[in-house]
Design a protein around this ligand. Structure first.
Ligand code: SF4
Ligand code: SF4
Length: 206
């Protein structure tokens, strides 16, 4: 059975994301789709964005039952749920509870192999964009983390978290002041339709 899949690519620089209409009726048919196997990890660029736009979500991340807190990142660990897992931000009824811009990178960029949009010749500009963005974001987070570590700041210490976030913002704003050239290689938004053969349950490739 073939299905028309609508994708919308959004170039929002560091907060870029991909919307997929098939997710609402995910062929995995377990009400969780790819979110059943992932625990989101928030890095300095995510925290800086949340500090500017949704501070309360940072508090919520630290208040989760069993996050993994490292020097400059926090993993919102999923819970065991049947044969798979349940993300702390997932709702069976409505999917992810976080608006796209507040999700971390994997959650904003990931599209399953069953759709495999990156194999399309006509979408290579977006393929290159998201690969470049991933590399850029890793390097940027490594640089910011190293600078915070040099200041002796770590998220592991609850007593110094406020100092960590106070120091993070100016470093982040300085770092993003000059934008990499690839940010201009794709439009702000592009919608595409792909036709894909559906398989169901675990036969649908993540
Ligand atoms: S597995 Fe694919 S269709 Fe299902 S929720 Fe994930 S990206 Fe969407
Ligand atoms: S944060 Fe949202 S998109 Fe990411 S794994 Fe959890 S429910 Fe899925």
């Amino acid at each position: 059975m073939d299905q028309v899949v609508n994708l919308i690519f959004h170039n929002q620089c560091l907060r870029s994301y991909i919307e997929v209409d098939l997710c609402a009726i995910c062929p995995r048919q377990d009400e969780k789709g790819c979110c059943a196997l992932y625990s989101p990890v928030f890095y300095p660029t995510d925290f800086a964005y949340l500090l500017l736009h949704r501070r309360s979500l940072i508090d919520k991340i630290f208040q989760l039952d069993h996050p993994t807190v490292l020097d400059a990142s926090v993993t919102a660990n999923h819970d065991i749920d049947g044969e798979s897992f349940l993300c702390a931000f997932h709702s069976r009824e409505s999917g992810c509870l976080l608006p796209q811009e507040f999700r971390e990178s994997i959650c904003r960029h990931f599209v399953c192999s069953g759709i495999g949009w990156w194999q399309e010749e006509s979408l290579q500009h977006w393929h290159h964009f998201f690969e470049s963005l991933t590399d850029y974001e890793i390097e940027l987070n490594n640089r910011i983390s190293a600078e915070l570590a040099e200041l002796g700041l770590s998220l592991r210490n609850p007593g110094s978290r406020q100092d960590f976030f106070s120091a993070l913002l100016p470093i982040y704003q300085r770092e993003i002041a000059s934008k990499p050239a690839f940010f201009h290689d794709v439009p702000e938004i592009e919608s595409v339709k792909l036709v894909r053969p559906l398989r169901f349950g675990k036969d649908w490739e993540l």
